[in-house]
Design a protein around this ligand. Structure first.
Ligand code: ATP
Length: 183
């Protein structure tokens, strides 16, 4: 990895020395020594700032199992240096709201879903294990949305963390089911 050039360089160890390396260039590259805070400040903070200004924003973690998606997104909750994108974004959003002028109003709503075997499951629905899969819909006003997805209004970091914990527990049950099916 070349963090300065934003490049990931791949070499096949079994290939003959004459085979060229493959170089992929990105806007930014972070390796195992990168700091959560640097990733947030450089690559996430500008996106959340635009969301706070009224634009849409998406952060998408994609990769093979065990490559660090959960670590990057959630991190080690109790250690401020290891907190990932989600807790840093909660902090950023609610700090911004608390400091904003009184003529502005913000409404924060949180939903939490997972796509498991091509089906959408609502992790905030207490019956999600037995409920029917949710449907993806599109409307001219709001664009793509998930019909009947639970949405919780959150007024503080504590409230949104509670919503996330409920969803995380539903996820963990899903993972156990999956393990049982594969055994
Ligand atoms: N940058 C990092 N620094 C230290 N530890 C890390 C880092 N990234 C990942 N890890 C550790 O590597 C392991 C796998 O990471 P993680 O669980 O985040 O992967 P994942 O992509 O979410 O996997 P899965 O798709 O199976 O859920 C974890 O023990 C995690 O703590």
């Amino acid at each position: 990895m070349d963090l300065r050039l934003g490049q990931v360089i791949l070499r096949n160890p079994r290939a003959p020395a004459s085979e060229p390396q493959k170089t992929f260039t990105f806007d930014a590259v972070y390796d195992a020594n990168s700091k959560q805070r640097d990733l947030y400040d450089e690559s996430v903070r500008p996106l959340i700032d635009s969301v706070l200004a009224g634009f849409n924003g998406t952060i998408f973690a994609y990769g093979q199992t065990g490559t660090g998606k959960t670590y990057t997104m959630q991190g080690a909750w109790m250690d401020p240096e290891k907190r990932g994108v989600i807790p840093n974004a909660f902090d950023h959003i609610f700090t911004h709201i608390s400091r904003s002028q009184s003529d502005k109003q913000y409404l924060v709503r949180a939903s939490y879903l997972e796509i498991y075997r091509e089906e959408i499951r609502d992790l905030l629905d207490p019956n999600h294990g037995t409920a029917r899969a949710l449907e993806l819909r599109e409307s001219p006003e709001t664009g793509v949305y998930v019909r009947d997805l639970t949405s919780c209004v959150c007024k503080s970091i504590k409230e949104i963390e509670e919503v996330m914990n409920v969803g995380n527990q539903a996820r963990a049950v899903g993972a156990t089911d999956m393990n049982e099916h594969s055994n």
